[in-house]
Structure formats: structure tokens, C-alpha cells
Design a protein around this ligand. Structure first.
Ligand code: CTP
Length: 400
């Protein structure tokens, strides 16, 4: 996967907290994502996890003091902050946040945060503390102050705490922090834009226990929703029945049938900047839905014949609205990909269609896409769906 953190240099500043152990895993994730990580630790941080561990995981010598004599100029706080693309304080203790709020400079972490160039090296702060400490007016005041000074606060989560209490203040898990830092680093090309996305299959009921559906997993549409939210868009995701978590910051509306999807999408569509139809909408539904389960009669009549009715083409209907959003369709083909997809684009009256080979994508984690508009084609070679979604979203952002 190509991460937005690829090639970025992260200054990871650890302060005192039992959540320090999660930073070992976070460091691994950063390195795996292609980032370089420079760890610095306060004296308190070293009470919970050793600098040896952090050095081994980051592959770089750890800094623990502003008096460290290794740098030629003896100014670790200047050098380390000038190299970094971002400074991440995690775990951020109540004391560390208070120091940041006051602009103190009496340990390496607070000193470096103060000495960094604030527009070139943004500050991300991941709180970790007992719920009473978090809820205390002094902490809340300090958090508001660092946000006003430009810091981005990530979390905290709610739940069981190391002290045995339950509430707000727990540090997010390593993967969640990683996702938040990734999202932070994505250029905000869709800030101020509203996107409506359909995803997944639809389910057309035959009776209360049976129905007609397809193999769409929803993974591509959910990845697009996540990528669009990362890029700063306000995202509404209308999803058929799938087993996927809602991407952070995305408003999700669950539906079952094509008709429910149409009824949800159409009233929202005119208020959007773009509509991305990635759902595999059933073309037909059973004309009649039986109220009770259809029973098999022993030695009785033959199998039932289902009369079918065509569903509304949601994408074509949105494209025909008096003030349509920028419409992006998907085409799942099994042959003559470009030819069939472009014909579909024209038929539906939409500016852009994303073509893929149906059997080679349904349910899989990777895909290959062909973007077709009136000017020609652009290929996005096989990659994981999130990487493709980020490329697609960047492409769409340029068109809006
Ligand atoms: N679509 C829709 N509403 C429908 C059917 C399709 O919004 N009732 C959208 C899909 O979300 C997708 C595109 O239209 O963006 C796919 O078009 P469609 O004609 O359904 O493609 P195929 O199912 O591949 O069509 P065909 O069977 O003709 O190949």
C-alpha cells in the first residue's frame, strides 16, 4: 500500500504514560508505511518503556535530553524539529499538554515543540491520562489553548483505563493513531466539498427470508469514502448490506433495496458537489415481495417463477437532475472494458466512468481501474483499494 506517510519524517515525542507501550507498535506501523521516525523521550516516558526498545524499532538513536552532546552544535531541539514534516506527541500526559499550553521549554519535548517552525512542522497531540485528569478544567483549558495555537488533538478514546476506572482519557490504539496521522498528511484537496457515495450490493427481497443480491463487498466504495474524508470532504455514504466499519468522519446511511437507495440518494443529490456511484445496484427486483415465507409443498407444484420489474437507474436519474452534481459511475465488465464502459458513460449522460473487470475485483482487497472521460482514458494499475481510492479522489478533486 502506498501511504501518504511514504517518505515523510516523523518526530515522535513520548511523554510519561502507561500507554507508552502502544507507541512501540505505532513506530512499527510508521516504518512499514515508509516513514522515517525520530523518537525523543522525556525522563517520565523512560519510566514506562526503554529508549533501547524505541531505538531498535525506529532504527535511530533516541534523544532523551536537551543536554545531549551528540549533535555538533549541541542543539537537538533545533536540528530535530527542522528535519521533521510533523511532530507527534504521544502519549501526551496532562503535564506535557500543560507545558505546551504555557510555552514552557524545560525538557526536550516542550523545548522542541516551542522551537519548531509552526507552519512547516505541525504539532499533533495524542492525550493519554486518567479520566479525572482529562476532565479537569485545567486540562480542558490547556487542550483548548493548544488547539487555538494550531495543534491538532487526536482522541482520546473512552473505555477501561490502566487505573481500573472507565471513562474518557485513554489513548487511541496504535492503528487508529496511524490512520489519523495518515489522514492529517493527505492534502485537503476537497475541503468545503460535499460528496455523496453509494457502495455495496442491494438486496431485493423475495419473501422475509430470501432475496436477490450480488457479490459486491462494498470495499471500493468504503475506501473512496475514507479517501474523500481524508481529503477534507463532507462525505455521505449510502450503503447496501455489507460487513464493513464506517470510515472516520463519514456519515453513513444503511439501505437494503435499490428502491431504498434511490429514495435516499435522490433528495440529497442536488446539494452535492459530486456523486460517486460505486454500488452494484440490482437491475431488477421481484415484482411482488411475499409477506410470508414461500413454502415448498411436498410432492406439490413445481418451482415458482418470479416476475421481475426493472429498478430505477439511480446514477442516470441523478445525472438528469436540473442541477446535477459531478457524476462518476462505475462499470463492471467482463470483456471489452473500455468500449463497454465508455458506451455506458454516454448512455447515462455522465462525465466520468471508472471501469474495472467485475470478476477480478468483487470481494478482493485490490483492483485495477480505468478512468474514462470524453477526452480519453487514464489507467490506475493494480493496487490495494485504498491506494486506488486516494488516486481516484485526487483525480476527481481536480475536476471539481
Ligand atoms: N447504477 C445505479 N442504479 C442502478 C444501476 C446501476 O446507480 N439501478 C450505477 C452503478 O452504481 C454504477 C453504474 O450505474 O455506477 C453501473 O451501471 P450498470 O448499467 O448497472 O452497469 P452494469 O450492471 O455493469 O450494466 P450492464 O448489466 O448493462 O453491463
Amino acid at each position: 500500500m502506498t501511504s501518504p506517510l511514504q517518505g515523510k519524517h516523523i518526530l515522535l515525542a513520548m511523554t510519561g504514560g502507561i500507554a507508552g507501550y502502544k507507541i512501540a507498535e505505532l513506530t512499527r506501523l510508521f516504518v512499514k508505511g515508509g516513514a522515517t521516525v525520530q523518537v525523543m523521550m522525556t525522563e517520565a516516558a523512560e519510566q514506562f518503556i526503554t529508549a533501547v526498545t524505541m531505538q531498535a524499532l525506529s532504527g535511530r538513536a533516541v534523544y532523551t535530553s536537551q543536554w545531549d552532546a551528540r549533535p555538533g552544535n549541541n542543539m537537538a531541539h533545533i536540528n530535530l524539529s527542522r528535519e521533521a514534516d510533523v511532530m507527534l506527541v504521544a502519549p501526551a500526559s496532562a503535564d506535557a499538554i500543560a507545558a505546551l499550553a504555557q510555552g514552557r521549554a524545560d525538557d526536550l519535548v516542550s523545548l522542541t515543540a516551542l522551537a519548531r517552525r509552526i507552519h512547516e512542522c505541525p504539532l499533533l497531540v495524542v492525550p493519554a491520562m486518567n479520566r479525572e485528569m482529562w476532565a479537569h478544567p485545567a486540562t480542558q483549558r490547556n487542550v483548548a489553548q493548544i488547539q487555538a495555537d494550531g495543534a491538532t488533538v487526536i482522541g482520546p478514546a473512552s473505555g477501561d483505563q490502566a487505573c481500573g476506572e472507565t471513562g474518557d482519557g485513554r489513548m487511541l490504539e496504535a492503528q487508529e493513531i496511524f490512520d489519523e496521522v495518515e489522514a492529517f498528511m493527505v492534502p485537503k484537496t476537497l475541503r468545503g466539498k460535499k460528496l455523496l457515495i453509494t457502495a455495496g450490493p442491494t438486496f431485493e427481497a423475495i419473501d422475509p427470508v430470501r432475496g436477490i443480491t450480488n457479490h459486491s463487498s462494498g470495499k471500493m466504495g468504503f475506501a473512496i469514502a475514507r479517501a474523500a474524508a481524508e481529503a477534507g470532504a463532507e462525505v455521505t455514504l449510502v450503503s447496501g448490506p455489507v460487513h464493513l466499519p464506517t470510515p472516520r468522519g463519514v456519515q453513513r446511511i444503511d439501505v437494503q433495496s435499490a428502491q431504498q437507495m434511490a429514495d435516499t440518494v435522490l433528495p440529497l443529490a442536488s446539494h452535492q458537489h459530486a456523486f460517486i456511484a460505486s454500488a452494484a445496484v440490482a437491475d431488477w427486483r421481484p415484482t411482488q415481495t411475499h409477506q410470508h415465507k414461500m413454502k415448498k409443498v411436498e410432492g406439490g407444484a413445481t418451482a415458482p417463477t418470479l416476475a421481475m420489474t426493472e429498478n430505477l437507474d439511480i446514477l442516470a436519474a441523478v445525472a438528469k437532475l436540473p442541477q446535477p452534481p459531478y457524476c462518476v459511475g462505475f462499470a463492471a465488465e467482463s470483456e471489452k472494458l473500455a468500449e463497454h464502459a465508455d458506451a455506458k458513460r454516454r448512455r447515462k449522460g455522465i462525465p466520468l466512468i471508472v471501469a474495472n473487470l467485475g470478476p477480478a475485483t468483487f470481494g478482493r482487497d485490490d483492483n485495477a481501474l480505468l478512468l474514462i472521460d470524453e477526452h480519453g482514458q487514464r489507467e490506475l494499475p493494480r493496487a490495494d483499494k485504498l491506494s486506488l481510492a486516494r488516486e481516484l479522489v485526487a483525480d476527481i478533486a481536480k475536476r471539481l
